[in-house]
Design a protein around this ligand. Sequence first.
Ligand code: ATP
Ligand code: MG
Length: 339
Amino acid sequence: MTEKKVLLTGDRPTGKLHIGHYVGSLKNRVDMQNSGQYDPYIMVADKQAFTDNARNPEKIQNSLLEVVLDYLAVGIDPAKTTIFVQSAVPELSELTEYFLNLVSVARVQRNPTVKAEIQQKGFGESIPTGFFIYPVSQAADIALFKGQVVPVGDDQKPMLEQTRELVRTFNRYYNTDILVEPEGIFPPEGQGRIPGLDGNAKMSKSLGNAIYLSDDEDTLWAKVKSMYTDPTHIRLADPGHVEGNMVFTYLDIFDEDKAYVADLKAQYEAGGLGDMKIKKYLFEVLNQELAPIRERRAQFAADKSAVLDIVKTGSEKARIVGQQTMAEVRHAMGVDYWG
Ligand code: ATP
Ligand code: MG
């Protein structure tokens, strides 16, 4: 039997998870978990959440439980996957510190995802240093667990590249092969970055433009109903546009029945198909996917202390793995002065 590959991925506890996470990452994780070919670790990146939420500890604390409930609701199984919290493994910080010496400020500055996030968050000249360097800490997250496969959304491509570079540099500088170069696993074309309800290029917990996995039917309908369609499609008989029309963008992503969507698009472009009709249809498509998730989530939410116990157990296991790698790292660097 071949060894199981270590899978590592995670999310920031900055809010509940949304349908962008679902198609961009969670679905992949569940499939990979169930394939039996991996040893999966999922990290709730609370320290990373602090890099842009330092003044909002309650948000991070509350979101921890919400994110784990979302995991359990979509089918992450704690018997197969180790769910842990970043701050419970202090060795991550230790490795981050060493990694910071292996990369230049200019290299960190070149990360296009971080550049876009700095813009979005309106930091101006006051970028928190921790935020600026979070891709390095993320590299340490992956490297400490010797993650081999990392299923993430498209926005994480620069982070994976950076991790591979750091691992190579570490192994070269310290003449070792203990750290492992990870491979990013990205969603199929068109599903790696789900746009927001507001038409923003990325649905994001922090931007308030998301459909959450936990949204109830009324909330889901309210969100779909207010979605941006085509401002030139005024009367029913007017020909409509499907490009840039969020309802069709989402149907393309979420509806398996591609032939039916193509048909709807043709009707919409010809005129005679109303916005309300396509919105009702999108609601049905999304609700069909979300209803069972919502139900499972409510079941787990009934026993919050059991959920926290899952994370505690996972964190204890993760800590042991982290301590093992860190001992190897110190040895490779010659900082194990007392053996
Ligand atoms: P925040 O706004 O706090 O950064 P986020 O919504 O970007 O939150 P993260 O926790 O940063 O979520 O990302 C977790 C995972 O979900 C990553 O693998 C990321 O690539 C993926 N992801 C996030 N947003 C999307 C999206 N809109 N489409 C597809 N994948 C996404
Ligand atoms: Mg993000």
